[in-house]
Design a protein around this ligand. Structure first.
Ligand code: PGA
Length: 247
């Protein structure tokens, strides 16, 4: 099973549901539809409407983040996993680099993952090295730290999807080479296995994925899908990625 996850970031108003309607009608007619899932993470403001609308359909809705506490608390503007689940989301991103730069620490991320799983949200846990790490050949050690400081054996790793998103690739049009990506994906899977031998969390790639470069990614069978930012805001670009992946 492959995953195509669209991360809308700070984009979308209620009428943007038209984009999802178009993706959904493509999906429901696509001969390859049994091979993949589509998940969209709109801003918090749209989760409830979108979840209700797509309840009986195949598109699932997720949040882009969640607060590191369980249910209710006195933290202004915070939204907990419990609240996110209550409006129909099934997934949440945790640890996107946009939120790491704004102060998400490993301890916070660990709590987010823990409470998200507790509230029956599947977690898309984002990791990735920055340009300086890559230059200093520290990619593997950075990724290892990001994973092992947050994920542990007590968590149900079957409900966690890891999204490898090199920070230098997000929104830049630059992507890793096929060889780099192959090695990195295998390495991530190895680290995950060292946490729990019995579970096999999926590993996605994210960073400037588009309808053209997706053909290269498809050669790397270890990649279980994609986290797509910019191209997920246009139904045409998003559908092109899926079409070209299976072409
Ligand atoms: P991008 O974003 O596809 O626009 O590079 C990916 C992401 O930040 O999740």
């Amino acid at each position: 099973m492959r995953y195509f996850i669209g991360n809308w970031k700070m984009f979308g108003v209620p009428k943007s549901i038209n984009i999802l309607n178009k993706i959904n009608s493509f999906y429901s007619k696509d001969k390859n539809r049994k091979k993949y899932r589509v998940i969209i993470t709109p801003p918090y403001t749209l989760i409830e409407t979108f979840s209700k609308h797509f309840k009986s359909k195949k598109i699932s809705i997720g949040s882009q983040n969640c607060y590191q506490k369980d249910q209710f608390s006195s933290n202004t503007a915070a939204i907990s996993p419990f609240m996110i689940r209550s409006v129909g989301a099934k997934y949440t991103l945790v640890g996107h680099s946009d939120n790491r730069v704004e102060g998400d620490t490993n301890i916070m991320l660990k709590n987010k993952v823990h409470f998200a799983l507790k509230n029956n949200l599947k977690v898309v846990f984002c990791i990735g090295e920055n340009r300086a790490d890559k230059k200093k050949k520290k990619t593997f050690s950075v990724l290892k730290k990001q994973i092992t400081k947050v994920l542990d054996k007590k968590m149900n790793l079957n409900n966690i999807i890891v999204a490898y998103e090199p920070i230098w690739s997000i929104g830049t049009g630059n992507i890793p080479t096929e060889n780099e990506l192959f090695k990195t994906t295998l390495y991530i899977k190895k680290i995950l296995k060292s946490i729990n031998k019995k579970k096999r969390p999926l590993v996605l790639y994210g960073g400037s994925v588009d309808g053209k470069n997706v053909k290269m990614f498809k050669e790397i069978r270890e990649i279980d899908g994609f986290l797509i930012g910019g191209a997920s805001k246009s139904h045409k670009k998003f559908i092109d990625i899926i079409k070209n992946y299976y072409r």
